[in-house]
Design a binder for this molecule. Structure first.
Ligand SMILES: [Zn+2]
Length: 261
């Protein structure tokens, strides 16, 4: 299902579903970076309060293992929304070395430009990585509960159809490491809201399954179930490997989902 690419202490997770298509991608993990507690050690995001120089060094290291120059990375300024930005060559490097130049107010990044590396950042929210091997396009959607409720994966696929001519039947999707239904306790009101929208299977007792909600959105839009992979990692259970907003009490780093052609 997945492989781990190791270089020095860095461990990047890659998924066969996307590897088989030749799509460059990974989920970063915590070891092998330079950030100090509570961000130790491969914190990939600036907005956490970590030393920006440490974040730059961490990103350089991860990009190097993946074989991309950091200048080709493009990041969005995530706001738990459903806005889409189609990344072109002119965007290369936006948000790569600072927070200010990132694509503002954007949780969904798409591109069909080879050499661009899309980046988004996580500590419990759901990374949704998308690839269209026919039209040669990729994307990433940052789906917390708000993005899930806004059906951000649907927005991503609608935009891929509009901009790249993507047919949803061709799309492969990885639902990445995120807080699992084992650890994501929510209010009664939130349970009701999600049950109404996605069906009762997304709630287990007091727990919400955000990944399943996103999978349901993807299937409703028309992505074949066999082309959707949910990664078997809970960020809260495996907090030594990933960052978890809940498990670490809010003050922590972010791992990254990276994808490019
Ligand atoms: Zn868990």
């Amino acid at each position: 299902m997945f492989t781990i690419v190791r270089s020095n202490d860095i461990q990047l997770i890659q998924f066969r579903l996307l590897q088989d298509l030749g799509i460059n991608h990974c989920i970063t993990t915590r070891p092998g970076g330079v950030s100090r507690p509570p961000y130790e050690s491969l914190n990939m995001a600036f907005h956490t309060g970590d030393d920006p120089d440490a974040v730059c060094e961490n990103r350089l290291r991860a990009c190097e293992v993946l074989g991309y120059p950091l200048e080709q990375l493009v990041a969005g300024e995530q706001v738990h929304g459903d806005a889409v930005h189609v990344v072109s060559a002119a965007d290369a490097g936006r948000g790569a070395c600072d927070r200010e130049s990132a694509v503002q107010n954007t949780d969904i990044l798409l591109t069909n430009t080879p050499g661009i590396l899309l980046a988004s950042f996580y500590a419990d929210c759901v990374p949704v990585l998308l690839a269209d091997p026919i039209r040669q396009a990729v994307g990433v959607a940052h789906c917390g509960w708000r993005g899930t409720q806004a059906e951000a994966p649907r927005r991503a696929l609608e935009a891929m159809a509009a901009f790249f001519g993507t047919d949803v039947a061709d799309v492969r999707v990885v639902i990445g490491p995120s807080i699992g239904p084992c650890c994501y306790e929510v209010s009664d009101q939130m349970k009701r809201t999600f049950c109404d929208q996605f069906g009762h299977h997304v709630v287990l007792g007091r727990m919400l399954d955000l990944r399943l909600a996103n999978q349901i959105t993807l299937e409703r839009v028309g992505v074949p179930a066999a082309q959707i992979l949910t990664a078997p990692f809970c960020t809260s259970c495996q907090k030594e490997l990933f960052y978890s907003h809940r498990a670490h009490g809010g003050k922590t780093g972010r791992f990254a989902a990276l994808i490019g052609l």
